[in-house]
Write a protein that binds this ligand. Structure first.
Ligand code: NAP
Length: 420
């Protein structure tokens, strides 16, 4: 009897210790109470769980080993069927095992990495500094930015705010429409002698609330550092030349006039002024990153994918104007020196160099399609020198370049029409 009992135990044990059952065991913690009682009663022969199916299976199995096959033939068939059912139940449990599932169970496909989407550059909530903002192109750049990018702050850097002339900010104020407001002045003989000025409703699209005017002497590095603080992008429109003729140095104050005479090479807006602004911009950007690190905010990445271009340089196309000798070197060499500086001396700043063809405001229409050549277009020297552009389109081209990813790190010639 003892032997039989041992056999019974050993046969039960052998049957239920297959890998499938071990896996099923691990399911116990996750299955409901009913399933738990069923499976645990199967595994422990001493546990007399009141589960019909399994207790009858055990006793029938015991009887079958006694050799009384005739009496139990039907019973054996039933047992086979029940065993089959049991195996099926165990297989069902296995398929519910999740990450413990057998390797043969197909795993869900690993999602493919999302393709990197091209992020649009934006000027939203950015501050753009326009250098030479009272110039013929610079003033139009300010106007275009204010009217076409209404969520952008425009910082207009003029040479001398104090002068009420084309050397002050008169051209800028005319271009941006500040003079369209309505002014009132009380009659001299009346009690109401107040004078005031109002922006009208028609002016709401001018977005003058986004305009700030600052004064700068580009040959003074300290001023250049100050005006480039908190600036995201710069559009450079300043020049020491009127076309290809040197501008009068009469506007320079005594200190700068003295400096210019002492060292004329240092007095060039095209080179020294440009370097001052690029240096200031780089410093401003470095400082703001450092500040955010110090305050414990998460450090911003060097360049966000949506950031506009840091520096757009308005320059002159090679064949736009005739070359000539200046006290500071040849005109074209000075212009190329500026372009090269933008492209090579400040690698942390993104840039675009737009070399404009000759300006023609009277005979070339505005709002024409902008054409660009980065050296790929095969054309004759003669046709190159016939390229022209209206200043208003030149202003549009440099402003739009700020958010044109295809122009990052590029130098291109820009024109709209051939003339002459
Ligand atoms: N003429 C052409 O056909 C032609 C063709 C292609 C490209 N370009 C280029 O286009 C660009 C813009 O031309 P533009 O006609 O608009 O020139 P612009 O009217 O003479 O404007 C230049 C601006 O730079 C300012 N500026 C000069 N020296 C300065 C200084 N030391 N500090 C601060 N501001 C200073 C001037 O201010 P103040 O007047 O108050 O001093 C002026 O507002 C230039 O780079 C030019 O070479 C010209």
């Amino acid at each position: 009897m003892m032997k039989k009992r041992r056999n019974k135990r050993s046969s039960t044990k052998t049957y239920f210790c297959t890998p499938s059952v071990l896996i099923a065991l691990s399911l116990l913690s996750t299955l409901g109470t009913h399933a738990f009682s069923r499976v645990s009663s199967l595994l422990n022969p001493t546990l007399k769980a009141n589960v019909g199916l399994h207790s009858s299976y055990r006793s029938s199995l015991f009887k079958a080993t006694e050799g009384n096959t005739n009496e139990n033939e039907d019973e054996a068939e039933k047992l086979k069927q029940k065993a089959k059912d049991l195996r099926q139940q165990i297989l069902d449990m296995e398929s519910k095992l999740g990450d413990r599932a057998p390797r043969s169970i197909e795993q869900p496909p690993v999602p493919e990495e999302e393709e990197e989407k091209e992020v649009e550059m934006t000027l939203k909530n950015k501050s753009v500094l326009v250098i030479g903002a009272n110039g013929r192109v610079g003033s139009k750049v300010c106007r275009y930015l204010l009217r076409n990018f209404p969520q952008t702050n425009v910082v207009a850097a003029v040479h001398t705010v104090g002068e009420n002339s084309s050397r002050g900010y008169g051209r800028l104020s005319y271009e941006v429409g500040a003079e369209d407001g309505q002014g009132y002045i009380g009659a001299a003989w009346s009690e109401d002698r107040e004078a005031y000025y109002e922006y009208t409703d028609d002016m709401k699209d001018y977005n003058l609330q986004n305009l700030r005017v600052v004064e700068v002497e580009l040959l003074d590095p300290a001023q250049c550092v100050t005006i480039t603080e908190d600036i995201d992008s710069v559009v450079w429109c300043a020049t020491d030349f009127n076309g290809n003729t040197p501008r009068s140095i009469s506007s320079l104050d005594a200190a700068f006039l003295f400096r210019a005479i002492l060292n004329p090479v240092k007095g060039r807006v095209e080179v020294e002024g440009l370097r001052n602004i690029l240096g200031g911009l780089k410093k401003g950007k470095t400082n703001s990153r450092w500040e955010s690190e110090r305050s414990g905010d998460s450090v911003e990445p060097r360049v966000n994918k949506s950031d506009p271009i840091s520096f757009v340089h308005l320059s002159v196309a090679e064949d736009a104007l005739p070359d000539f000798e200046t006290t500071m070197g040849r005109f074209k060499d000075i212009k190329r020196q500026g372009d090269d500086m933008v492209m090579s001396e400040f690698p942390s700043l993104t840039y675009s160099v737009l070399q404009m063809s000759r300006y023609e405001d009277n005979f070339v229409d505005e709002s024409l399609a902008i054409k660009m050549d980065n050296g790929d277009i095969e054309t004759s020297q003669e046709d190159k020198s016939r390229r022209r552009i209206n200043r208003r389109d030149a202003a549009r081209a440099v402003a739009d370049a700020l958010v044109d990813r295809s122009l990052v790190g590029k130098k291109v010639e820009v024109w709209t029409e051939l003339r002459g």
